[in-house]
Design a binder for this molecule. Structure first.
Ligand SMILES: [Zn+2]
Length: 259
């Protein structure tokens, strides 16, 4: 393994997806603990919270989120929302997510995606929880949504790939923009410029494991243990020391959690 740095945050990863790819998660969790990492294990569907809560009980430095992503727009909406609400009444989460809009994969219909998203924003507001947004080619819808919605807590736009305008509005609403492996890809010059220009107290970093591995491990299955590659690249883009970035992202993460 490459030189690991302590106190890194991975604001977004999917352990169950890693397991489905045949990855062993126990050694990864043990290494995260050893290097005082923290982060959020992100839910993918309405019914997985109980299982994930049990799996992560020995690892209290990892938070959980639960939500129904836009992929849920293909199935029965009310049924899934009922299951999610039931799970949330029994288990603690740090956030509702990932939830959002995806015009790339076009799951279900635009209306169903919007409905699922709105219902879960309401739920998050009722519970006093922040949201974690998934946005794939839906900048205009999110710009409109941010303009007409109030949020109980400051949420996260995960794996930010949106426009400058959306970034500005999101930050006005107190949101954090979390950047993943694509920040390290040569082709993403405008994303890198945006990242370098954002107010640093609104930045988070993530792997989105097992997807989107950063340079120089692109093509391999991603794990939170690759987080240091993203930090190194991000510090260089910002022209600050790695130590400064580590402290800042940790402070941002704790401000997000409010705990
Ligand atoms: Zn994700």
């Amino acid at each position: 393994m490459q030189t690991m740095i302590p106190h890194l945050i991975d604001s977004h990863f999917h352990l169950r997806s890693m397991q489905r790819k045949g990855m062993e998660i126990e050694p990864i969790l043990a290494a995260m603990q050893e290097f005082s990492m923290e982060g959020i294990e992100i839910g993918l569907d309405c019914g997985d919270l109980a299982e994930r809560t049990a799996m992560l009980e020995p690892y209290p430095f990892i938070q959980l989120s639960a939500g129904i992503g836009p992929w849920g727009a293909q199935d029965s909406l009310e049924e899934q929302l009922a299951v999610l609400e039931d799970q949330l009444s029994k288990h603690d989460v740090a956030a509702i997510g990932e939830i959002g809009l995806d015009n790339y994969h076009k799951y279900g219909t635009v209306e169903n995606q919007e409905y699922l998203l709105q219902r879960q924003i309401k739920l998050a507001n009722t519970m006093g929880k922040p949201v974690i947004f998934h946005n794939r080619e839906a900048d205009e819808q999110f710009i409109s949504l941010l303009g007409r919605t109030t949020f109980a807590k400051r949420g996260i736009f995960h794996c930010y790939q949106g426009s400058r305008e959306l970034a500005r509005l999101a930050i006005e609403q107190g949101f954090y923009l979390s950047f993943a492996g694509p920040l390290t890809y040569k082709a993403n010059k405008s994303m890198q410029d945006l990242f370098a220009s954002l107010p640093i107290e609104h930045i988070l970093l993530e792997t989105d494991s097992p997807y989107l591995s950063p340079v120089p491990v692109r093509g391999k299955p991603n794990t939170p243990l690759f987080m240091h590659h993203i930090y190194a690249y991000a510090a260089e883009l910002r022209g600050i020391s790695l130590e400064t970035l580590v402290l800042q992202v940790k402070a941002n993460f704790h401000a997000f959690l409010g705990r």
